[in-house]
Design a protein. Structure first.
Length: 81
């Protein structure tokens, strides 16, 4: 897998593929060359997923620190009038 192919992979799809790679590698019925290829793909996916998590964490921090959010007023909803 090439780095530019990772751009369109979501976090969830990346994790799904990582699980498949781990399963393939743990079966011990692959060649050394294929195992290295799978390992390399796994490393790229781990880095990609970590980057996606970092971006999500940064967005959450920005949202939590946003002063405008403090101005949101929550109204009490009364039921059973």
């Amino acid at each position: 897998m090439k780095v530019n192919e990772l751009e369109n992979i979501t976090f969830e799809k990346g994790l799904e593929r990582l699980e498949k790679i781990v399963n393939e590698l743990s079966q011990n019925n692959t060649t050394l060359e294929n195992a290295l290829t799978l390992f390399e793909e796994g490393i790229y996916l781990v880095r990609h997923c970590n980057n996606l998590l970092d971006l999500a964490e940064a967005k959450v921090k920005v949202l939590l620190e946003d002063d405008e959010l403090e101005e949101i007023v929550i109204e009490k909803i009364e039921f059973g009038e």
